[in-house]
Unconditional design. Structure first.
Length: 355
């Protein structure tokens, strides 16, 4: 703490109160009361020079310290803030946002689910958010999430397609909400707990509706799948990317059951989703000493993630940082906009907003 007059800890040094605070300077006299800065203006030129040199040094030191702190703050903000823009169709508007909740609100996922090419992409994104990112959404984003989920369920009930996919999504969301509601004191769910209990009841109701779906055979008397040649049937089955669909198709008719057990079919399915190294670690031999590709597939999906395949994806322009759906033009200023676009998986989209 500075003392008025001579500082007994440092003989020959005194403290003076200036506009910038208390300042220490050298004094030829060891004593005397130091009032304000005007008292030092009456001293000789040597003391004046010492005084102003000391003041200038302190001001410069404070300025350097302030600039250093500002530079650190700017650097920290530069690394912590990620501004991404979204292009909304032909409006050519750019909206800046840096959180997952803001991006989820800006992007029109309600319209995206009506497009069959984007439906699986949106459902996968909803599932990933339900697993780990639900609490990072704002209250508006959480409400928007539930509204989009309701539209997804209604679409599935009307079309009677993708039933298993939505069942898994609802089960994942319900499990996550049960965990969060039980630890409500530690969770970050926005809103009254009764509101979330009501939403959980809605999820149970949707699950019941999906379980009660009775798929009706369309009134069509033309050529069916089983009427096609075996080579065409096998060719169509090779285009299915989920082994559970193969199993379900094999339960339709005895002839399809035989085709669904084809070793080459399951081998291609394993090679499509998994690497050679992953396959070598999970080899399973049948009773005949051959590789059982079907059992290997179901063992591999429990150990490794499957390859994701989507008809349409979100794309990020690395030049202007704009998010848009594939095939949607955005006002890019790059010389070659096509080379700047990067397709984003649902997980890549979420990773954009992790700091």
């Amino acid at each position: 703490m500075p003392f008025l007059g001579q500082d007994w800890r440092s003989p020959g040094q005194s403290w003076v109160k200036t506009a910038d605070g208390w300042t220490r300077f050298l004094d030829e006299k060891s004593g005397g009361y130091v009032g304000d800065i005007s008292s030092f203006c009456k001293k000789d030129d040597h003391n004046k020079e010492n005084l102003f040199n000391s003041l200038n040094y302190d001001v410069a030191a404070k300025k350097r310290k302030k600039d250093l702190l500002n530079n650190k703050a700017k650097t920290q903000c530069f690394h912590q803030e990620k501004w991404i823009y979204v292009h909304k169709g032909s409006t050519k508007e750019r909206h800046g946002y840096c959180t997952l909740g803001e991006a989820f609100n800006r992007l029109d996922f309600s319209s995206a689910i009506l497009d069959s090419r984007r439906f699986n992409y949106v459902v996968r994104l909803l599932e990933l958010i339900a697993k780990s990112q639900l609490t990072s959404l704002s209250g508006i984003a959480q409400k928007n999430y539930m509204n989009i989920l309701e539209k997804v369920v209604q679409k599935v009930l009307e079309d009677q397609q993708n039933i298993r996919l939505i069942r898994e999504l609802l089960q994942t969301l319900y499990t996550s909400l049960c965990t969060l509601v039980q630890r409500v004191g530690k969770s970050v769910l926005v809103g009254n707990i009764n509101m979330w209990v009501h939403r959980m009841e809605s999820i149970l109701h949707w699950q019941q509706q999906l379980n009660n779906i009775q798929i009706t055979r369309p009134p069509f008397k033309g050529t069916t799948f089983t009427d096609l040649p075996l080579c065409l049937q096998l060719n169509i089955m090779q285009r299915l990317s989920d082994g559970r669909d193969l199993v379900s198709l094999g339960q339709v008719a005895p002839d399809l059951q035989v085709l669904s057990e084809d070793r080459l079919l399951w081998k291609k399915l394993c090679q499509y989703h998994f690497t050679d190294r992953q396959i070598r670690k999970r080899l399973i031999l049948s009773d005949k000493g051959q590789l059982d590709w079907k059992k290997m597939y179901f063992k591999l999906i429990r150990c490794y993630p499957r390859k994701e395949q989507y008809g349409d994806t979100l794309q990020l322009c690395r030049h202007c940082h704009i998010l848009s759906w594939k095939g949607t033009d955005h006002p890019c200023t790059a010389n070659n906009p096509e080379t700047c676009s990067t397709s984003l998986s649902p997980q890549d989209f979420i990773n954009l907003f992790r700091f």
